[in-house]
Design a protein around this ligand. Structure first.
Ligand code: BGC
Length: 260
């Protein structure tokens, strides 16, 4: 089972591609469909079904890996910040398996990106503690220690200046408030990464999300003891990580993460 379909669900687009897990890359060009304006589980599942249909000849009946911008606790979504609130409290893995008529593995979007960067990207084979952060609509985080993911770290929601960190430091906030890269880095990201550094003493920060392609504009401005580098897989990380998670779940069916 080395070709697996990965689907990455985001606030603006739902993207999918069959992934060759030997190579760590797409087999064919990805398909992107805009996230429905009303991003309910039903509407989002309908888009996933379209993506599966598109690639059905390449993936046979293998399980599909799917990301979601929320924690996934034994298949259930306890809360969600940036999609329709109907997702909150849903047994989402069962719901999606019923809607899509095939086995799926659901994984947090940042956890997927972190898995992909550790397997094939900027943190490949790292022997220590890596914190992956994705800067986008919100802030996603993944903690990976010696290649093993500690799932569902929600460090985008740590408290900063009495409020939610992602509401101050996500790249969507930079855009919304019209901050320059310099102001964003020095007044928002600096405090955010210094706080994570103090709390976790990681060996490496990897910074992903669309904005990481402008790394030179803000990355070098951050003053940290910890090495901090841009992600390598860019917008492929979520899809590739979803496929890694699906393969892992298929190979370890007794893993606690799948049990209720
Ligand atoms: C969610 C996380 C997610 C992140 C990035 C946050 O608001 O709580 O689960 O990883 O956004 O999408």
């Amino acid at each position: 089972m080395s070709i697996i379909l990965g689907i990455d669900v985001g606030g603006s687009g739902i993207k999918g591609a069959p992934v060759d897990l030997e190579e760590g890359d797409f087999v064919t060009k990805r398909l992107r469909i805009s996230t429905p304006e009303k991003s309910t589980p039903k509407n989002v599942a309908a888009v996933m079904a379209e993506i599966i249909e598109e690639f059905k000849d390449q993936i046979g009946d293998s399980p599909v890996g799917i990301t979601i911008p929320a924690p996934v606790v034994h298949g259930r979504i306890p809360f969600i910040a940036n999609l329709d609130q109907k997702w909150a409290g849903l047994e989402a893995d069962k719901f999606l398996e019923d809607e899509l008529g095939r086995p799926i593995t659901l994984v947090n979007d940042a956890d997927a990106a972190g898995l992909a960067e550790v397997h094939f990207g900027a943190a490949k084979g790292h022997p220590g503690l890596v914190i992956m952060t994705t800067l986008g609509t919100g802030i996603g985080t993944a903690i990976i220690y010696r290649g093993v993911l500690i799932p569902n770290a929600e460090l985008g929601h740590i408290e900063m200046n009495g409020g939610d960190a992602e509401k101050q430091a996500a790249s969507s906030i930079k855009d919304k408030e019209g901050l320059s890269y310099k102001k964003w880095a020095e007044e928002r990201l600096q405090q955010y990464y210094s706080t994570l550094e103090m709390l976790f003493s990681p060996d490496l920060f990897v910074v992903g999300g669309g904005v990481s392609s402008d790394w030179e504009e803000f990355g070098p401005l951050l003053k940290l003891k910890t090495e901090i580098i841009p992600a390598k897989l860019r917008n492929r990380a979520g899809i590739i990580g979803a496929a890694i998670a699906a393969k892992d779940a298929a190979e370890h069916p007794d893993a606690l993460a799948k049990k209720n």
